[in-house]
Unconditional design. Structure first.
Length: 530
């Protein structure tokens, strides 16, 4: 374990754990303990990043993987920001000591998942983070919906951990080690992955899909709004992202298992598209953000299945930073959204060819991304990025060109510069990871699978463009569109079916005065559920 890490990073889980014990022993110093720990950890993480960047051979013995150091820094930053927000948010609330202890324990467990280089320790720490987070999700024990949702997450997490333990047993029997570096080297060296290792990789992929709330086991992630806002921010920005990081750490093993990759691409891509469509129908800001997280997690695991680990790492970092900001600023977002919607409604009648902007934005974005990638590859000697990565990047960035319309030249020029700048930042990040980590060789993705991914994201793009430009009222004039809209709004009723099945096997506590079915609905302000 120590071979791949340094003292600063290994001190991070210990610092969080010591602060948790201090807060439990001296409740009056709970917030002071949290403040000191989060700031000290931020310094340790910065030292770890500097050490990783200064090491001329990041893959050699005694070095720190750059990805590990970057994610550790991200967690330290989120722990500091969310912790300070929680102190103000919970001012005057009972149970603050319980919150601080569980919060610090969650951060300690998540940090241990990141810094460890042993699969057994990773599994134990990931399980501990789930148990600590359970205490945060049930911070208000008198709210039945919170208890039921935490119960659903408990079931999904235990199933995921059973898969991880099975994978660890298979890998140890096959190769006699659980060291992540040794497992990666053995997976690279094997001409064909042994069947037991391939099964283990598939089990790890299933565990990640469960932990990342992929369809149809996504309901708990959507329905955790009964927890305090800092808990939602920590869950959506930090804890749920761990699945992507685990896939990056185990990239050589996952990349050599076609079944695991196909599972990640299939389930992740489908979740990204379907959850993205559901998000477009939602009204409440926090519910929209929750569906967005579900979709983005699908996008991230799909990228890992496609072998685009640098894109997945960038996605992980960007999504965590954005989602923490979005949840902590949800109130401001409501106000800004209302103001923007009012101004949009005022000028809605003036844009005749409204759909022309999004349709023209797609080829423009593709030209910018592919042209920039070709320039970086030929003029600067940077390894080329796969075509599927450029296509996905262009599809996501094309939305930057939507407002204002293409005909509004000054505004469009600014957004075109933003698109070009975002493309260059990604290519710079790609070049950085290529130089520091090396390209991870994986088998090519089957063409039909890649084509299906692109077709799905084309569908999602067109649905977004239609909904944004024509609005819900225009869609409501079509009976077919209205019927489809109701199914999408309901999340395709996947969570209801899963909830009924799982609660038959393991019912929620009998003293909960509310039925499971009622709590599985993420209610909107108008009183309607899915």
């Amino acid at each position: 374990m120590i071979a791949e890490t340094t003292a600063p990073l290994w001190a991070i889980p210990g610092a969080y754990l010591a602060a948790a014990l201090l807060a439990a022993a001296w409740p009056t110093a709970r917030w002071r303990s949290l403040a000191i720990a989060t700031r000290a950890v931020l310094v340790l993480a910065l030292i770890g990043v500097i050490a990783a960047l200064a090491n001329p051979a990041p893959r050699s013995a005694g070095s720190v993987p750059v990805a590990t150091a970057l994610v550790a820094l991200l967690i330290a930053y989120l722990g500091w920001i969310i912790g300070d927000y929680a102190r103000r948010y919970l001012d005057g609330e009972p149970g603050q000591t319980r919150f601080v202890v569980a919060y610090l324990a969650t951060l300690a467990s998540v940090s241990l998942v990141v810094v460890t280089a042993n699969l057994a320790v990773l599994i134990a720490a990931w399980s501990a983070s789930s148990l600590a987070l359970h205490q945060l999700l049930t911070f208000y024990p008198d709210r039945p919906a919170a208890i039921i949702v935490a119960h659903k997450k408990f079931l999904a997490s235990r199933l995921a951990e059973a898969c991880l333990v099975g994978a660890a047993v298979l890998l140890y029997r096959q190769w006699g080690t659980l060291d992540l570096g040794a497992l990666a080297a053995l997976a690279r060296a094997a001409p064909v992955l042994p069947s037991s290792a391939a099964v283990a990789a598939t089990l790890i992929a299933i565990a990640v899909l469960l932990k990342c709330a992929q369809l149809p086991l996504h309901g708990w992630l959507i329905q955790v709004m009964e927890a305090p806002t800092p808990v939602s921010a920590l869950l959506h920005a930090g804890v749920v992202n761990l699945g992507g990081y685990v896939l990056i750490r185990l990239a050589p093993l996952i990349g050599a298992a076609p079944t695991a990759r196909a599972l990640l691409v299939g389930v992740g891509g489908l979740t990204a598209v379907l959850a993205g469509l559901v998000m477009l129908t939602r009204i409440t800001v926090k519910v929209r953000l929750a569906w967005s997280t579900c979709s983005q997690m699908g996008f991230m695991v799909m990228e890992c299945g496609l072998g685009l680990y640098d894109l997945a790492l960038l996605h992980l970092i960007a999504h965590a930073a954005y989602k923490a900001y979005a949840f902590l600023c949800a109130g401001d977002t409501v106000r800004d959204s209302l103001a923007r919607r009012m101004s949009t409604d005022a000028v809605a009648g003036s844009a005749a060819p409204a759909l022309a902007g999004p349709i023209l934005a797609w080829p423009i974005a593709w030209s910018v991304v592919f042209g920039s990638a070709l320039l970086w590859h030929r003029a600067m000697g940077v390894p080329s990025i796969p075509a599927i990565a450029a296509a996905l990047l262009a599809s996501g960035l094309a939305t930057l060109l939507w407002p204002p319309a293409i005909t509004a030249i000054p505004g469009f020029a600014v957004r075109l510069l933003a698109l070009a700048g975002a493309t260059q930042l990604y290519l710079l990040f790609h070049a950085f990871l290529s130089a520091r980590l090396g390209m991870i060789a994986t088998t090519p993705v089957p063409a039909p699978l890649a084509d299906a991914v692109l077709a799905g994201f084309l569908l999602l793009y067109l649905a977004q463009a239609t909904l944004v430009t024509r609005g819900r009222r225009a869609l409501g004039r079509s009976a077919l569109a209205a019927r489809l809209y109701s199914w999408v709004y309901a999340g395709f009723y996947l969570d209801e079916r899963f909830t009924r099945w799982t609660f038959r096997l393991w019912p929620v506590r009998a003293d909960t005065p509310r039925s499971a079915g009622a709590a599985t609905r993420d209610f909107e302000p108008n009183g309607s559920g899915p």
